[in-house]
Design a protein around this ligand. Sequence first.
Ligand code: NAD
Length: 241
Amino acid sequence: MERKVALVTGGTKGIGLACAIELAKAGCDVIINGRSEEAKVQDALNEIKAQGVNAYYYRFDVSDFKAAEENVAKMIEQCGKIDVLVNNAGITQDGLFVRMTPEQWSNVINVNLNSVFNVSHHVTKYMMKARTGSIVNVSSIVGVYGNAGQANYSAAKAGIIGLTKTLSKEFGSRNIRVNAVAPGFIKTQMTAGLDAEKITPFISLKRLGEVTDVAKTVKFLALDADYVTGQVIEIDGGLSI
Ligand code: NAD
């Protein structure tokens, strides 16, 4: 059977790379995107290829609409299609709202939220023609509940949830599903500065999340959940209930 093609933005490390590997395990050829030089992502590409599929790397800034357009066109030329899009790339630039600079605000909105518009805008053109597709957007529990010190990030992640629900309605008739995941505290470079001992008492499962905890849910939404669209799954070990 012809393999599906999955694009994971920010797929060079952390949650994105775990999603890429999980999708590869399920038999997808995988395109990862990031900002690093190609030489620095060889290990990531090899880990994906080790699952017996093809792996490709496209270096571009997801906050750049034109770059997204050019690169998605090249991906289609190379792979013929994109069946699955995981909008995962993200950054934080935290600070209390009263001290937050316009630059901190717009950097985080651009990379976390505008990127989802930029990449999805171009990918859905091809999905619509194919009349099939699945998009999984990586939000955060702070997009649902807010978090002091993360006005920019929580606004971007809340925006992703609104966009997810709207796109699920706009694209449903074209057989394109759009869902989101909202992770809690997951062990990656992004959360390396956190004091786990202070946080874990508030988590029902008494541990931080692993990247694979998120990746398995992303894979489920992307490939298995045929009648699920417009949903947001919180992956936080019970932190928020
Ligand atoms: P990470 O810093 O380990 O990885 C981020 C990835 O995004 C990297 O591959 C990086 O190259 C890429 N990236 C950043 N800016 C980019 C840009 N402008 N263009 C292209 N690629 C870019 O972070 P992570 O913890 O793996 O986070 C992945 C996603 O999960 C993010 O959207 C993050 O907001 C979200 N998230 C993480 C946690 C957590 O606890 N780690 C919790 C909730 C949500």
